[in-house]
Design a binder for this molecule. Structure first.
Ligand code: ANZ
Length: 858
């Protein structure tokens, strides 16, 4: 058969690449570098999803082209392998999650190799490998040392089914994102990372990165910067002082008709009068069971209870009731608001429900056509102030500034900025995560350690109090890392909400050497020496986000035993030149990693302040039915199946030919046949039935001017399209060339090889095979990228439109440089134009060379 035998060719070249380590990346600093990063996969039991090879093929094409263009290319892969599914599997089967994880990794590795990706497999990283997570723990210790990690008893999302705490981001509509199980609120001791300390920089530095706009907007919204003021309202009740509120609308202060404090506000009890006590207590209980989202959602029915107390409006001395209501949350602003029902929707709903007065203080500006002074309330638009004493008549923006300034001058307020961004809940009550390198000790033991370990400790000790005793967080010394996971009997969390680690007594309760980090079970006698103290290990583990916060740095120096990566390599490779991955990570991973990177930057470890300068999201591939691919719909596609029937090269080409990389597009099996035929065509034009080189491909053949021009056009287009990630149009151009190749009576062998070089990043096995058969030297991946000859691109002929008395009569193909007289002669000889010209007097001629010949005749 004249078909190309992908089933034989692909494994053949994969084996050679593997054995010869064709894609090993050396740290050859004499060359310019190019680093392409893929979002590394979570090695699930289901194997590779078709969305993985979409993005991975894109970076593979880019890096193969870059390599041929003389760059030292880094294109690594690894495994984001901690996480819930492996843990749930362990709970079910009783086998260690590491076993299952390694099996899944082996399967993913096999699948990726079968796709021919040019990874340097010597740089593989695995977040669950102690030689990797040792540095995840180490980075945590840098955060700890800088006062960016603390513990807090907090209401967290608890999922009874998964028996774990979930982050806000892992809860969607009151259900766990994984599995869709109901969740509830519960108070637990948690590690929290102070990402809010970086809010301003995380926001400001977005201007320096080349990211999709929509992703930048999502990060901005998530950080949620809000400018406003804190104002002080005097509380009427004696000795209670002031109630501080945060408002973005100080201009509406004359419209305040009540105040609200969150049910968790520290003044709730003091403000509650005896008559209201019972109602308030009942209300607090109810609110505690709800989530922030349930509480603040506009659509939700407003609830609340009067405290019995009053505050005085500092603007006009008006006496306003203080309510307790759960639509105000404690974690934002000051947990207290001044309510202006005339100009805020939630306040309006609340006021209507509880029959609280509504005072309008903003009037739409007259010129806007709705200026009868009586807008429909609540009116949240802009306008001028009314009923606001001396401020009446001022435009609202101006009034905001003036009122804030006047309050500031009186010591009754100040301008402030608030962020929606919350500190990052960084612990999980699970087994399958990085253990925290923290031991809890008594204050006396901590104080002794301070002398020896000052440089490792935070400015303020991290403590927590339980059953009357206060415990101090002592970090393991860096030299004692990694802190490995102990073996456990059961992967089920302990009943009190702690992780399964809380059941491993000999690991948990220890004699701890505060200087060296050595430990032995507390059941054994205390070793001699002052450095030995009694400790209890932290039982929480880190969330899955931790390992993915810095993996792109480890690829630079994956085996380094002394640092996350060496300073030289961090300097040479820097950060990825391009990062390709799904848009679903727009806020979480991409925000967390930016935060860690900035901390490492501040710590002097990395030389740049942003990790991902250029980001690109591949579009989702939908099922053939246009629906999202999912097991339950039965519309998923397995890369393994396509590789079996059509080969990896066809799959790669197909994934890139489906549409623009960033577009959402449905799977279309007919397209697979199309790209398969494209490869077959090239094969048949190159190789004869007997397997020798086709006679029309010869070393001495000279290409026709047309074919030569097309080749150079193709070199130009494919080169530019790859650089701009326009893979589908690059493939179209190569298809045009393949058609011309089929029609051409002959082609020069070197020309065909140049074409194969362009195809190689897309269909590497296929190109490698033909390259070898057509006499190419070495591997096609090492051949210098073809250059186009600009002089070949210049057309020798140009199309000229002939117009007679304003009507188009003919199109002429004229040699470039044809003058007016020759163009006119050609028109007069043209069978379509001639009938309109013969025997007529030519009154006027306008000639634009290479474009138009415009004639006016009588
Ligand atoms: C008075 C006012 C009048 C307000 C008005 C709005 C409109 P963003 O943009 O989200 O920052 N607020 C403040 N703290 C709150 C909390 N802890 N829980 C719930 N709501 C809170 O919105 C800030 C506005 O949301 C603040 O400005 C406050 O209501 C409310 F015509 O104060 B405003």
């Amino acid at each position: 058969s004249t078909d190309y035998n992908f089933a034989q060719i692909e494994p053949h070249w994969q084996k050679i690449w593997d054995e010869q380590k064709t894609f090993r990346t050396t740290n050859d600093t004499s060359k310019p570098k190019f680093y392409a990063l893929d979002m590394f996969p979570y090695p699930s039991g289901a194997g590779l999803h078709i969305g993985h090879p979409e993005g991975y093929t894109a970076t593979d094409i880019i890096t193969r082209a870059k390599r041929a263009q003389g760059f030292n290319v880094l294109h690594p892969i690894g495994w984001d392998a901690f996480g819930l599914p492996a843990e749930q599997h362990a709970v079910k089967t009783g086998t260690h999650p590491a076993t299952n994880t390694q099996n899944n990794i082996a399967n993913f590795r096999r699948q990726l190799k079968a796709l021919g990706f040019a990874y340097d497999w010597d740089r593989e990283v695995d977040t669950t490998d102690p030689t990797y997570f040792r540095w995840t723990q180490w980075i945590f210790l840098q955060l700890f040392k800088r006062g960016l990690a603390y513990v807090d008893e907090r209401p967290v999302w608890w999922c009874p089914e998964l028996r774990t705490v979930l982050a806000n981001e892992e809860v969607v509509d009151g259900k766990s994102e994984v599995g869709g199980f109901p969740v509830e609120r519960r108070n637990l001791r948690q590690w929290v990372l102070r990402i809010t300390a970086y809010a301003e920089r995380l926001l400001a530095d977005l201007k320096d990165v080349d990211w999709p706009d929509s992703t930048k907007r999502m990060q901005e919204a998530w950080i949620g910067r809000s400018e406003g003021a804190e104002l002080l309202f005097k509380l009427e009740k004696e000795n209670l002082g002031d109630l501080k509120v945060f408002t973005t609308r100080p201009d509406t202060v004359f419209g305040v008709t009540y105040m609200v404090i969150a049910p968790e506000h520290p003044l709730v009890d003091a403000l509650t009068t005896p008559a209201q006590r019972e109602a308030v207590e009942a209300y607090k209980k109810k609110a505690a069971a709800k989530s922030d989202l349930e509480r603040t959602d506009l659509a939700k029915d407003k609830s609340g209870v009067f405290s019995g107390s009053f505050a005085l409006n500092p603007a006009n001395g008006a006496r306003v009731p203080v309510w307790i209501a759960d639509y105000v949350v404690m974690g934002y602003g000051t947990g207290a608001i001044m309510a202006v029902p005339a100009h805020d929707e939630r306040d309006y709903e609340f006021a209507v429900k509880f029959q609280i007065p509504v005072i309008q203080v903003i009037e739409p500006a007259k010129h806007e056509g709705n200026g009868d002074g009586h807008p429909k309330l609540p009116y949240t638009g802009d306008g001028v102030l009314v009923h606001s004493e001396g401020y009446s008549g001022l435009p609202w923006e101006e009034a905001k500034k003036k009122i804030t300034a006047d309050f500031t001058a009186k010591g009754r307020g100040k301008a402030t900025v608030n962020y929606k961004l919350r500190d990052w809940l960084f612990s999980r009550q699970r087994y399958w995560g990085e253990p925290f390198p923290i031991v809890w000790v008594t204050e006396a033991d901590y104080q002794r350690a301070v002398t020896a370990r000052r440089a490792d400790l935070p400015p303020q000790p991290i403590t927590y109090t339980s059953e009357g005793a206060t415990w101090f967080a002592l970090p393991l010394p860096a030299t004692a890392l990694p802190l490995a996971l102990p073996d456990v009997q059961s992967y089920l969390p302990s009943g009190n909400g702690e992780s399964p680690l809380a059941n491993v007594t000999d690991w948990l309760e220890i004699w701890f050497n505060a200087e060296t980090g050595a430990s032995i079970p507390a059941s054994q006698p205390k070793p001699a020496g002052d450095a030995w103290v009694r400790g209890r290990r932290e039982t929480n583990t880190m969330p899955q986000w931790a390992g993915s916060c810095w993996y792109y740095l480890r690829y630079l120096d994956p085996k380094n035993p002394a640092a996350p990566a060496s300073p030289e390599l961090l300097k040479y490779w820097g950060v990825p030149d391009i990062y390709v991955g799904g848009a679903e990570h727009a806020v979480l991973h991409l925000l967390y990693a930016r935060f860690w990177h900035k901390v490492l930057f501040d710590e002097g470890i990395v030389p740049q302040s942003e990790p991902f300068k250029k980001l690109f999201h591949q579009g989702i591939i939908l099922g053939e039915d246009g629906e999202k691919m999912s097991k339950s719909r039965g519309n998923t596609v397995s890369p393994d199946d396509i590789i079996k029937t059509h080969g990896a090269d066809t799959l790669r080409l197909y994934l890139m030919f489906l549409g623009p990389l960033e577009a959402m597009k449905p799977w279309n099996p007919r397209g697979i046949e199309g790209v398969y035929r494209f490869l077959q065509k090239i094969w048949r034009e190159s190789i004869a039935e007997d397997g020798s080189v086709n006679a029309k491909v010869s070393a001495s053949a000279e290409d026709s001017a047309e074919l030569s021009k097309l080749l150079h056009e193709t070199i130009k287009k494919v080169t530019e399209d790859i650089a701009a990630l326009r893979f589908n149009t690059a493939i179209s151009q190569m298809m045009i060339f393949a058609n011309a190749l089929q029609k051409a009576p002959s082609i020069n062998r070197a020309s065909l090889r140049s074409f194969l070089q362009l195809l190689a990043p897309f269909a590497p096995h296929f190109a490698e095979e033909l390259w070898a058969r057509l006499g190419g030297t070495g591997s096609v991946v090492d051949a210098a990228w073809p250059k186009f000859d600009a002089s070949k691109l210049v057309s020798t002929e140009a199309k000229v439109v002939v117009q007679v008395n304003g009507k188009k009569r003919a199109e002429l193909l004229l040699p470039v440089g044809t003058d007016q007289a020759a163009a006119l002669a050609a028109a007069q000889a043209n069978p379509d134009a001639a009938p309109h010209l013969t025997g007529k007097a030519i009154k006027r001629v306008v000639f634009v060379p290479g474009k138009i010949l415009n004639l006016v005749v009588e």
